[in-house]
Design a protein around this ligand. Structure first.
Ligand code: NAP
Ligand code: SF4
Length: 679
């Protein structure tokens, strides 16, 4: 296929983009994503390997994670900065790795303002962020000038380090956004008051960066098009700001959605795909430079659709390129089915960053570990049996076969997927279908001999060089009076749709699965039409792309009436759901709250009978008059084969079969992949 002919499947996605002084080969931007490798000089070779691998697969333009222009802009103490000439050398590792593949990379300049998790933080006004214990110092006029100079200095150093441009972070509630919004800017000087004065700081930074770096340097401005907080910008100010940064010298405008303190999810898996891109489309007629749109675009067909309907000139993806470094080359080659799709779980990327550990990816444990977890071709191909086709077994089988081993995968069920087959039935977790599709495809590509509907015993595993037991988990049973009452159901039969569930339900157990089951019982199934699902979701969460009600794009949420009356219970005291994921737990709790699900901690289960579930809370006995009680009380390892085979050097146990407590797909896939890399 000629590079110049339109791509037959994705003509908009693979159309070049002329920026005047350079031409980008396609419309994909690898968006900025903090990985944790930015913060230590010793990690830059790893950062270079991470970007280099993605550049090699055809990405035209990438943006680094955020680097602060000075200490006050740190995200956390000793966070990554580019401030001094002696720091330039380490960045050259990154730019050389990217340029060796003919790709381009911009450095993101991010000043955290009042979001910095340290006492040196500054802001337009002395107003504490609700998500940060530190109160910022308000910048004086001299301080503002020093901040502007710091941005220009970092941009100049970025150019010296070989970067093709910079992205100035003006959204997500960071410093520039704090200046533009009345919520956080209470000044009454040249940098506060009316819209022109509030946006002066951001516009001046763009102008001075352009002045410092010359005309042939990419300057992306990340503009908050939807603040999603009270006191955010009205739409006419968004337009005014876009025009002003264009006039000040921006090459491209990228889309920012939602402040970090917003109580609307913006990137979680329950956010429908491309739910926010129409806002970029609304801005497009007002400016002359190309616009980039973002958030929940993870497959080429979605990206193509967004570009074809004119929402933007480019699409930005960060997590999907963590999940699959070859996203672009696979899409270009018409191999979309081979893409390891980002399921927007946040479990290994954002959750890690918030826990101060290196980011990686639940579906791709090599992400940010490219130079450490390497799948070398096997020197001596072995015969390997993998028992169980859940996440751990699938990862192990496909990595081992990809290395050249002869792998047989035994699965007792009639389909692959294990626990993923329950997760993908939860409204808002449909992305798990993609992971099952990816593994089905990958099994075929790597030539794994898949034996579905086959329950094996020890004798059947005779003759294999290595035996991997990935037999998963079984639900923990309860010792409770009335356990055998017909009202009592297991979560697996509920999620598989094998039983019909009544209108009033109590759920025993408030872990991830208890919350999932509650969501399954109260949420309507999602509209298969993606645009329809997005519009419905925006109504439910109070997002108004037309800005008809309030600045910031907010409107009163209109949640659907719940399909059932549900109680979620746990024995431990405290708030159910407090142990769910750092960046997504609040969304699950808010979803169930909006569906009027009642959550109780400190519950003692007494019995189940025809009247319902009898419980004791704070010394008082209550009867929940429910039709059904669904048991979601955790898991136990399922490994009868280990007892039969015994502990031997050629027998390996992975995933939930190894450790059922805190069972999760992230650990399962990482463990399976790492074992396969070592066999
Ligand atoms: P879990 O998180 O360990 O929760 C089990 C629940 O059962 C707890 O609320 C526990 O609370 C209760 N429990 C434990 N033993 C019990 C007993 N003998 N009788 C009554 N209640 C009992 O397990 P899970 O919900 O099965 O989830 C498994 C894993 O799947 C999670 O660790 C998570 O990684 C993953 N997952 C996550 C999500 C998510 O984050 N959205 C969704 C699905 C799955 P008390 O002991 O206080 O009663
Ligand atoms: Fe996507 Fe989850 Fe991987 Fe993050 S951890 S990149 S959200 S699949």
């Amino acid at each position: 296929m000629s590079e110049l002919a339109p791509h037959p499947q994705f003509p908009h996605l693979f159309a070049p983009l002329d920026l005047g002084f350079c031409t980008l080969p396609n419309r994909v931007l690898m968006g900025s994503m903090h990985t944790g490798l930015e913060d230590r000089a010793a990690d830059f070779p790893k950062l270079a390997a991470y970007f280099g691998e993605r550049a090699a697969a055809g990405l035209g333009l990438m943006v680094t994670g955020g680097f602060a222009p000075n200490m006050s802009g740190w995200l956390k103490p000793l966070g990554g900065t580019l401030r001094w000439p002696w720091q330039v050398q380490r960045h050259r590792l990154v730019t050389r790795a990217v340029h060796s593949h003919g790709a381009r990379i911009c450095l993101q300049i991010l000043h955290s303002g009042r979001y910095g998790y340290h006492p040196l933080q500054v802001a337009p006004s002395r107003i504490k962020a609700p998500i940060n214990p530190f109160t910022p110092r308000a910048l004086g006029a001299g301080g503002i000038e020093r901040q502007i100079r710091a941005f220009a200095n970092t941009a100049r150093l970025a150019r010296e380090a070989g970067y093709d441009g910079v992205e100035v972070m003006g959204s997500e509630g960071y410093l520039l956004n704090q200046f533009t919004a009345p919520r956080t800017n209470h000044r009454d000087d040249r940098f506060g008051g009316d819209a022109t004065r509030r946006m002066r700081f951001a516009v001046e930074i763009v102008r001075r960066v352009r002045e410092a770096c010359g005309p042939d340097f990419i300057l992306i401005y990340r503009l908050s098009m939807l603040d999603l907080v009270e006191g955010g910008l009205p739409w006419d100010e968004v337009v005014q700001q876009a025009k002003a940064v264009e006039a000040a010298g921006a090459t491209l405008i990228n889309t920012g959605i939602g402040w970090h303190e917003a109580r609307v999810p913006t990137i979680a898996t329950s956010v429908p795909r491309a739910a926010f891109t129409p806002i970029t489309g609304r801005l497009r007629p007002h400016v002359g430079i190309p616009l980039i749109t973002t958030n929940r675009i993870n497959m080429p067909a979605v990206a193509e659709q967004v570009l074809a309907r004119g929402d933007a000139d480019m699409v930005s993806m960060a997590r999907p390129l963590l999940a699959d470094p070859e996203w672009v080359s696979k899409s270009r080659a018409g191999r979309a089915a081979s893409i390891n799709t980002c399921i927007a779980c946040n479990q290994a990327c954002l959750d890690h960053v918030f826990q101060n550990t290196r980011a990686t990816c639940l579906v791709n444990p090599r992400a940010c570990h490219e130079s450490e977890l390497v799948y070398h071709p096997a020197t001596r191909p072995k015969r390997i049996a993998v028992v169980g086709a859940g996440p751990a077994g699938l990862a192990c089988a496909t990595v081992a076969a990809g290395r050249g081993h002869r792998v047989t995968l035994f699965e007792a069920a009639s389909e692959i997927g294990g626990q993923f087959n329950y997760a993908r039935r939860i409204p808002g977790k449909e992305e798990f279908n993609e992971t099952v599709r990816y593994f089905n495809n990958r099994l075929h590509e790597t030539g794994v001999d898949v034996r579905l509907g086959t329950r094996v015993d020890g004798a059947a595993l005779h003759g294999f060089d290595e035996i991997v037991l990935a037999t998963g988990v079984k639900p923990r049973d309860l010792t409770l009076e009335g356990r055998d009452h017909p009202k009592v159901l297991g979560y697996q039969e509920v999620l598989a749709g094998r039983v019909s569930v009544g209108r009033r339900v109590a759920i025993i157990g408030a872990g991830g699965i208890g919350f999932d089951v509650a969501t399954f019982l109260v949420e309507p199934a999602r509209d298969p039409d993606e645009a329809g699902a997005a519009a419905h979701w925006r109504r439910e969460w109070g997002v108004d792309l037309a800005y008809t009600d309030r600045p910031g794009g907010l409107v009163d949420p209109q949640p659907d009436a719940p399909a059932r009356e549900v109680w979620v219970l746990q024995r431990s005291p405290g708030r159910p759901g407090s142990r769910l994921g750092k960046t997504t737990g609040w969304i699950h709790r808010a979803t169930l709250k909006s569906r009027r699900v009642q959550m109780l901690g400190g519950v003692e289960y007494l019995k189940v009978d025809d009247d319902g579930l009898h419980i004791r809370v704070a010394g008082e006995i209550h009867v929940l008059p429910v039709d059904h009680v669904v048991v979601c009380a955790g898991q136990e390892s399922n490994r009868p084969l280990l007892d039969e085979l015994g502990v031997r050097p050629d027998v390996h146990v992975i995933g939930g079969a190894d450790v059922a407590a805190e069972l999760d797909a992230k650990r399962a896939i990482a463990q399976g992949s790492r074992l396969a890399a070592a066999l």
